[in-house]
Design a protein around this ligand. Structure first.
Ligand code: ZN
Length: 429
């Protein structure tokens, strides 16, 4: 349970930090993650405002000092300090007295959930906006209101976090998560915390067959900026053999896979395999239901075949993008379950080699202590998996394909593979 507890604690530390796609909140978040992973190799890449990133331009930085709405009696009916979701992300600054009817033009609510404050942003269209519950909006009395947002846009940079753990191969597994949401626990803090925890797991591995790259980027614009940065696109296209985008991984709901466009890429197969043998319900979504940075990494010009992994998928829980997505909505157990799934995926990447049975016909397992010496129906037990493994090890199928064919979880086959390699009955191709 340590990983789940630790990830929950990290998410709780990140939760109060006000984040947007740029600014000090993202930088503070990245510096906490860097400290958590305890590696000098954690890079914070600053991409200047105005930089062209494929079809996009890196926007100006945005900072907010304060925001509130006051009534004529001087009572604050809403304050950024009480809940940072009260201000539309990237809102323009304002300091103006207005009548109720005009104020309402600047107020966003979630009408189908009247008691929540919605999370609203307007990065590219310059808007002034406040968010409140529909109930509060309806309770506002006629009169004058003082609306104040002290924010600024200025040339700065967009910050991306990256850490690479080199392996024996240059081929790499890419794990991406986003870093741009303000105080919401499952949709955002959970992905950051779990990714950091998973990076620590990869860091601890005594041997790494593959190289692992973890990236922490503002959603959409950050992923696009990161892919377009320097030679990243060419490098990733050459070496990335798969990976995952992580989002909403701290709640207790069913696990979810969001397939890559092909649905049959290595990461699709690995994650689906783990979920199939978990003994717990899970949901399968196609690329039509994509929503996070798999949209960029799997776009035709990039084509990395990353797979989305969530517990309850974004959009599918009522707390999503509202003031209800608090640390009470996620749990150490939720994080632990998601960690276990991803840890097993990494273990599979590491073990998924191609083997060939080394002797024509079946080998004589009995004299090696691998088969019961008396042959009688019904006493096969586990040897069936072992003999099936040998029977399908033709030098073409990878271990994952064999485990699917013989209906065995891959983790159950690993000890057999070790034994058979030791006995020189199986050789790596
Ligand atoms: Zn979101």
């Amino acid at each position: 349970m340590n990983e789940g507890t630790n990830a929950y604690a990290l998410a709780a530390q990140l939760y109060p930090i006000y984040r947007s796609i740029t600014g000090k909140g993202v930088r503070k978040t990245l510096s906490i993650i860097k400290e958590y992973i305890k590696s000098a190799d954690f890079n914070i890449i600053e991409i200047p405002s105005g930089t062209q990133a494929f079809d996009w331009t890196i926007p100006e930085e945005w900072e907010i000092e304060d925001a509130f709405i006051e009534n004529e009696q001087g009572d604050r009916i809403l304050s950024f300090d009480d809940n940072c979701l009260h201000v539309v992300g990237y809102s323009m600054d304002v300091d103006r007295w207005v009548e109720l009817e005009e104020l309402k033009k600047y107020i966003y609510t979630q009408e189908d959930q009247p008691d929540v404050i919605p999370y609203v942003t307007s990065y590219y269209e310059k808007k002034i906006g406040f968010c409140m519950s529909q109930t509060q909006k309806e309770s506002l009395l006629p009169g004058k209101y003082h609306m104040v947002i002290r924010s600024s846009r200025f040339p700065g940079a967009l910050s991306c976090g990256e850490i690479i753990f080199p392996g024996e191969k240059q081929e790499e597994i890419l794990i991406s998560t986003y870093s741009c949401h303000p105080s919401m626990a499952n949709d955002n803090c959970s992905g950051l915390a779990l990714s950091a925890e998973l990076a620590k797991y990869v860091q601890r591995l005594s041997r790494r067959r593959y190289t692992y790259r973890f990236v922490f980027v503002p959603e959409t614009i950050g992923a696009i900026a990161y892919i377009s940065h320097k030679h990243n696109l060419q490098h990733l296209q050459k070496y990335a053999i798969g990976g995952f985008t992580l989002s909403c991984v701290g709640d207790d709901g069913d696990y979810s896979i969001v397939h890559s466009p092909s649905e049959t890429a290595l990461s699709d197969r690995v994650l689906l395999h783990v979920l199939q043998y978990l003994g717990k319900p899970y949901k399968v979504y196609s690329f039509l239901q994509r929503g996070s940075d798999e949209r960029q990494f799997d776009s035709p010009g990039v084509g990395l075949s990353l797979v989305g992994f969530c517990r309850t998928k974004y959009w599918e829980f009522p707390e999503y993008h509202t003031s209800l997505d608090t640390m009470d909505f996620v749990s150490a157990e939720g994080f632990q379950g998601a960690f276990n799934v991803l840890k097993e995926c990494i273990d599979i990447f590491e073990c998924n080699k191609i083997y060939k049975a080394s002797t024509p016909c079946e080998p004589q397992l009995g004299r090696r202590g691998l088969y019961p010496n008396t042959s009688q129906k019904g006493v096969y037990g586990q040897v069936e998996a072992l003999t099936n493994l040998l029977a399908y090890a033709d030098g073409n199928r990878d271990l994952l394909e064999i485990s699917e064919k013989i209906h065995q979880p891959m983790k159950a086959l690993i000890p057999f593979v070790k034994k058979l390699v030791q006995e020189q009955l199986l050789e790596e191709v």
